[in-house]
Ligand binder design. Structure first.
Ligand SMILES: [Zn+2]
Length: 241
């Protein structure tokens, strides 16, 4: 056993049991426990830990906890992440609203409302996606290399969290994915879709997009106006025009 002192910064304190929040806490760790084991036994999934400092020195999650260590754990922030390419996501079965909003912004997001945990872990293994979930136990799995605990309960607030954490605003390509199938939309000529949309729509709009997956037709109607209004504050300067 090694007893170490832990200090969790920022929103990480919210994962700790009531009574252990605020200030440093002393914790007896199992023999040969790593920092991953120790912080997860206190309730914080390893995916949420960003910078780790032990006795004033940077450390990694695999470091073994030693007697009298002073451990500082900072939240994961966009500035700590090196992302060469636009990230893609997999949303767990409870985050359908968030998945739809991410697709609206053009972010490839897998979602099915009946995903089993095992299926999610298999998908993560095959594809480099970030797992979005409110299930802490799922994030503690060592197979989850990239994951994000979503704190908010409402989809729009959840979207704000994910955008901030992965600095997504500038990478958004709104209205390029089908909201239902997560497939990239293709431009469609108005002649080609005329028979498939209501007559007033065909008369009024000239630009349409078609989903090659489900064949749905999208156009820039009041629906998109509403989305723009909602996404504008989220994306700031990068808002679609
Ligand atoms: Zn579709």
């Amino acid at each position: 056993m090694a007893t170490a002192t832990f200090r969790f910064h920022g929103e990480l304190a919210g994962f700790l049991p009531y009574g252990k929040r605020g200030g440093a806490l002393s914790h007896a760790c199992a023999r040969a426990a790593t920092l991953k084991n120790a912080i997860e036994s206190l309730g914080v999934p390893h995916t949420e830990a960003g910078r780790l400092i032990v006795n004033g020195q940077p450390a990694t999650l695999s470091r073994i906890v030693r007697e009298a260590d002073a451990v500082e754990v900072f939240p994961q922030h966009a500035a700590d992440l090196v992302m060469d390419e636009t990230p893609s996501f997999i949303a767990d079965a409870h985050l359908g609203g968030l998945a739809r909003l991410l697709r609206m912004l053009g972010f490839d997001t897998l979602f099915e409302n009946a995903y089993a945990d095992r299926h999610i872990l298999d998908l993560l293994d095959r594809e480099r996606r970030i797992l979005l979930t409110r299930d802490r136990e799922l994030l503690k799995c060592r197979d989850v290399l990239r994951g994000c605990y979503v704190h908010a309960r409402k989809p729009e607030a959840q979207l704000n969290e994910v955008i901030a954490r992965y600095a997504l605003a500038r990478r958004a390509q709104p209205f390029t994915l089908c909201l239902h199938c997560n497939v990239r939309l293709e431009a469609a000529e108005s002649d080609a879709v005329a028979a498939r949309v209501p007559e007033p729509i065909a008369a009024r709009y000239t630009q349409f997009a078609r989903c090659p997956g489900c064949e749905r037709i999208y156009w820039e109607g009041s629906h998109w106006e509403h989305m723009r209004e909602m996404l504008g504050p989220v994306l700031g300067e990068a808002a679609p025009r």
